[in-house]
Design a protein around this ligand. Sequence first.
Ligand code: SF4
Length: 442
Amino acid sequence: MGLTGLEIYKQLPKKNCAECGVPTCLAFAMALAGGKASLDSCPYVTAEARANLESASAPPIAKVVVGVGEAAYEMGDETELFRHDKKFYHETAIAIEVKDNEDVVAKAAKIEELKFQRVGLEYKVQFVAVRNTSGDAATFKQAVEKVANVTGKGLVLISECPTAMGQALEVVGGKKPLVYAANKDNYEKMTELAKTHNCPLAVVAEGLQNLADLVDKIVALGHKQLVLDPGSRETAKVIADFTQIRRLAIKKRFRSFGYPVIAFTTEEDPMAEANQAVNYISKYASVIVLKTAERAHLLPLLSWRQNLYTDPQVPIRVEQKLHEVGAVNPNSPVYVTTNFSLTYYSVEGEVEASRIPSYIISVDTDGLSVLTAYADGKFEAEKIGKVMQKLGVEQKVSHRNLVIPGSVAVLKGKLEEATGWNVIVGPREASGIVPFAKANFA
Ligand code: SF4
């Protein structure tokens, strides 16, 4: 929640000198409130007003960046407690753990390959977390160096020993890893290391009160790129702690909790671990450190993350296009559907599974699914006819048969009139496409 224009105006010098580029202080205040101006444009703001305005307009949860260049990943900067209030902004980062006394190169290489395509989007893992399981500083440093040579991803360094952390940061400090963690005993040294290398620092303490106290001590030492760990590991307790932290940060603007949070899975069974992580993604982990690096365990997790972080007011959609599935030829069947991603990719997957090369027209329905688009007048005969003309479908095939979704069978007559094509009513569900295609086009 930012300040209103009038609240900002009260803090401005009221000279109306226009040096900021707008005619009056009030106009400047309104521009600031709308995020269209920077406070730096006014040369007369007092230091006190600047401090007030900057702290009041700071996001309730700070933005913290791990990694540099292409690996840079933003966490936090969230403004909502509930997704339906607006949206969540920065997807939970997934970190896969590598122990410093295992074959770190092999595991890091495996993590590097974890990329998934779904509904036209690429899912991937963000970080590799190197844990100082050996307890030895030199082993940790070597492992961190080897991992950094294999991966282009951001790093999380896990060791509560300042000596080990210091040595590791000597080799990868420039990559801006997340330093895990400062605790009540080591926080001065860890803060110094994080400040020296300009790295984000995780703060761990048992219990929320202790965590808030420790955060305040670290902020007083001059470091504000923090990530919080309330120390709980049992799933229900972690969720309760994260919910409290989020609620206090957003609803009460409690500054000590205004940072991203980190979770660690504890389940040994990989499916149970993935389930645990799904809970943490939902409420409200900014980063989760997992042990499994298996695709089968991670894909549902990443799908859930994508669902949760999609703007609920903007359906995901594909481009309006004549898609070619397989090695099409002039006799290939032509299907038509909408450009809602889930609909389109369900149809595409089934058409592909039929092994009959085909065309699919994805009509732009503003990302609405078939029945919703039909009900809203966005998937009707005349429009489909125009889209077919625009995409030059007639020039691609020698036949004039068009398959429509079974749920809009009612379109058949009008569509035949509008296009002159023979309209075939296809199955109601995408899952019926394979038998339908085999019966009609094999
Ligand atoms: Fe007001 Fe500052 Fe703009 Fe002058 S430069 S009009 S004092 S806001």
